[in-house]
Design a binder for this molecule. Structure first.
Ligand code: 6PG
Length: 242
């Protein structure tokens, strides 16, 4: 079952999410000596990253990855790496050797190919995860259309080979159109996912993701037993959230 937490506002969502992320990372590091976290972009998670940077987190042994990236350079205002860098990586002084950015400037295909190789090299595979590299934690936002990372409703990427680790996207309905994304298989193979949603614009998507799994709502395809959803009251105001 999906774990669902509702908070009064966006600030409380960020505080809760930062605490949950920290707990997952500490547990993973205690169990395996290291931890791998993947971050998303968008407007929602930035405050969570800031709170993480300001908190007590000990980043030793923690490797930071990305769930998706727009095909732009790392300095571009649209870069997810730039967002993470300004809100978390630089503030917490996480050594660059522990940060693995998707190279958006290489374009969707080459960028995805390189990232898949890096993940395969550094992150342990798990038989239970279909033999894919198993990240300890993925932080996700959700689009009003139910997309997660750069996996959009009805997109061919959702039908990718189950061994696919990372995919290039050339026709994202959210700009920019060219992107790199972890595959659905990778998100499902992760030991945990945290999905954050705030504001009334997300209420229908949140309600739909908790319903029947469907390629029309990519977030509904996440592995529910490993998913924690943290919402504010307005994002929780859709039909099936109670
Ligand atoms: C991206 C994302 C994407 C995002 C959602 C929610 O790079 O665009 O990683 O999946 O998380 O679209 O975005 P907002 O938080 O801006 O609504």
């Amino acid at each position: 079952m999906t774990r669902l937490t509702t908070c009064p506002d966006a600030e409380a969502v960020a505080a809760r999410a930062a605490a949950v992320v920290q707990r997952h990372l500490e547990r993973a590091r205690a169990e395996r000596g290291s931890a791998h976290i993947a971050l998303s972009g968008g407007t929602t998670p930035g405050r969570t990253y800031e709170l993480l940077a300001a908190g007590e987190a000990d980043w030793r042994g923690i490797e930071v990855w990305f769930a998706d990236e727009r095909c732009v350079g790392p300095e571009d205002p649209e870069s997810n790496y730039r967002l993470a860098s300004e809100t978390l990586l630089a503030r917490a002084a996480i050594p660059p050797s522990q940060v693995h950015r998707m190279e958006g400037e290489l374009g969707p295909e080459e960028g995805a190919r390189r990232y898949a190789g890096e993940l395969a090299e550094r992150v342990e595979r798990e038989t239970a995860g279909g033999g894919l590299p198993a990240l300890d934690l993925v932080v996700l936002g959700i689009g009003p259309d139910g997309h997660i990372a750069s996996l959009f409703p009805g997109a061919p990427a959702l039908e990718a080979d189950e061994r696919a680790v990372c995919l290039g996207v050339t026709d994202s309905p959210k700009r920019p159109p060219q992107r790199i994304t972890l595959s659905l298989g990778m998100l499902r193979a992760a030991r945990a996912c945290i999905l954050l949603a705030t504001g009334p614009g997300k209420a229908d998507a949140v309600s739909a993701m908790l319903g029947e799994p469907s390629g029309h709502v990519p977030a509904s395809l996440l592995r529910r037993g490993r998913l924690t959803v943290i919402l504010d009251d307005r994002a929780a105001s859709g039909g099936t959230v109670s």
